[in-house]
Design a protein around this ligand. Structure first.
Ligand code: NOJ
Length: 533
């Protein structure tokens, strides 16, 4: 068992909880149906009352919005849709005043095709910026240089008619990949990081960090033997020459060194890889990402045995001193409510906020926002447009935050860019604030408990034997021992555990202070946190 870090010396990103905001959908203040930075400022008190410690903002930079901001046309400004740099400064100042950290999204793998760097690069083979991107001559038959596929459908190579060459894009053809083997590219992005840290940001979530280097020999990716027709076509090849190259760790370490130029900042990496590969992104000497995002809960079957096994494998795979983290939702994956159903949403909340490691919470999950059906004529996501019919579209997880039962759920005065979920009259912040048994109330209690508990925020994870639908574990710090018992099924469970103590919190909300001696009774879909004597 690893020795838990000292409370006072643990950095904020170990103690705290991160809340992801998708700025387009959080709060509109200027009546264009799209959220903005001033809207985030308006809602900061909500986040303080909720009890989170940091906000991570998905991109708000100038962009043609082909991929809703993940196609950056200027890394050091704010898109007028979202406001101005002055609005951003005001946001950072207000957040810091209220004790909240601010993280921004860094998208270093690719730019927009509208970025001046790419505009210059595509003027011709002799352009001074040509080598800032990845260009290749056509294959002998005139087609793409190799078989590499775009995550968003089709070949990853786009033809540039003027020069007769192709450029590589891991995502849309309007998102050309930067060439990270060119030192000038690295320096330019490092300067971008310094720009935002000087403005006060507390760290970065780095987009697709495992994509940043590609095979210098441009070898074909091999076919995926497990691929079945009808699945996501990107998965028909194994991306061994386009992602997770061993050398990418050096790039991650360099990003980390820039982050370390400023005190108390955090580097988070977006990485979709199996656990054994994921943990490499901590760096060999913990000189990589502080938190390689752990998305395993988004993919693991929702059973007690699968999740207990996942936690054990993750804890075992972590490098010595590497700090764990858990993610329950984000802007790319279906809402947790859809995945686990309303009965388990409360158990999921308790799981996320009692596991060892920094939790990341996606906006709206705390009130139980649904995955929204988007009528075909309202589809926005280019992924859905390029690869239709496979359920890959991400619009349904990006709908407007539901603040109250008023028009547009209090999000905007006009019809928003994506439809408001039809359930907003009941599922909203105002209603759930009044209701003592709401999911929002449970999140608030869990966050308050976690913040006040050394065992929950920084303590050791203590695995405990269990069977069937029961997931049982302990959390322990000096002077404090807790047991978490989660029922992932629909039948009651009697947990015969040698525990004596008192229930601190139940997902049902009505068992606080109940004494427990030698057994814990769990209702269907119930979780409890017990403080041991
Ligand atoms: C990952 C982001 O989370 C996703 O939203 C985006 O489409 C791709 N990277 C491309 O930037």
């Amino acid at each position: 068992m690893e020795h838990p870090p000292e409370r006072s010396s643990a950095p904020w990103w170990q103690r705290g909880t991160i809340y992801q905001i998708y700025p387009r959908s959080f709060q509109d203040t200027n009546g264009d149906g799209i959220g903005d930075l001033a809207g985030i400022v308006r809602r900061l008190d909500y986040l303080v009352e909720l009890g989170v410690d940091a906000v991570w903002l998905s991109p708000f930079y100038p962009s043609p919005m082909a991929d809703f901001g993940y196609d950056v046309a200027d890394y050091v400004d704010v898109d007028p849709i979202f406001g101005t740099l002055a609005d951003f400064d005001a946001l950072v100042a207000a957040a810091h005043d209220k004790g909240l950290k601010v993280l921004v999204d860094l998208v270093p793998n690719h730019t927009s095709d509208a970025h001046p760097w790419f505009q210059e690069a595509r003027t011709g083979r002799d352009s001074a910026k040509r080598d800032w991107y990845i260009w290749r001559d056509p294959a002998p038959d005139g087609g793409p240089p190799n078989n590499w596929l775009s995550e968003f459908g089709g070949s990853a190579w786009a033809e540039d008619a003027a020069s007769g060459q192709y450029y590589y894009h891991a995502f849309l053809d309007r998102q050309p990949d930067l060439n990270w083997r060119n030192p000038a590219v690295a320096e330019a992005i490092f300067e971008v990081m310094r720009f935002w840290m000087r403005r006060g940001v507390d760290g970065f979530r780095v987009d697709v960090i495992w994509h940043m280097l590609k095979d210098p020999e441009f070898r074909d990716n091999p076919p995926n033997p497990d691929y079945r027709a009808g699945r996501n076509p990107y998965q028909s090849l194994l991306p061994v020459h386009t992602t997770d190259l061993a050398e990418v760790q050096e790039v991650v370490a360099r990003l980390r060194r820039v982050v370390d130029e400023f005190p108390d900042r955090v580097l988070i990496g977006e990485i979709y890889l199996p656990l054994e590969r994921l943990v490499a992104y901590y760096g060999r000497t913990l000189d990589g990402a502080h938190l390689p995002f752990n998305f395993a809960l988004l993919e693991t079957p929702w059973t007690a045995r699968d999740i207990a096994d996942l936690v054990a494998r993750y804890e075992a795979a972590l490098p010595a001193g590497g700090w764990p983290n858990w993610v329950l939702g984000n802007h790319d994956r279906p809402r947790i409510l859809k995945r686990v159903g309303p009965d388990q949403a409360r158990v999921a909340a308790m799981l996320l906020l009692t596991l060892r490691g920094t939790p990341t919470l996606y906006y709206g999950d705390e009130i139980g926002m649904a995955q929204v059906e988007i009528p075909p004529e309202r589809v926005q996501d280019p992924y859905e447009k390029n690869v239709p019919g496979l359920g890959l579209g991400r619009d349904g997880v990006r709908t407007p935050m539901q603040w109250d039962a008023g028009p547009q759920a209090g999000f905007s005065e006009v019809e928003p860019w994506l439809p408001v979920s039809p359930d907003f009259t009941e599922v909203n912040v105002a209603a759930e604030t009044r209701e003592g048994e709401s999911l929002l109330t449970l999140y608030r209690r869990l966050l308050a408990l976690r913040r006040g508990s050394a065992a929950l925020s920084l303590g050791a994870y203590v695995p405990m034997a269990a069977e069937g639908d029961l997931f049982l574990y302990g959390r322990a710090a000096e002077g404090e021992s807790l047991v978490v018992a989660l029922n992932l099924g629909g039948d009651p469970i009697l947990v015969a555990a040698p525990v004596e103590g008192q229930i601190l919190l139940s997902t049902s909300g009505d068992r606080e202070a109940e004494r427990v001696a030698s057994e814990i009774s769990l209702r269907p879909h119930e979780g409890v946190i017990v403080r041991l004597r």
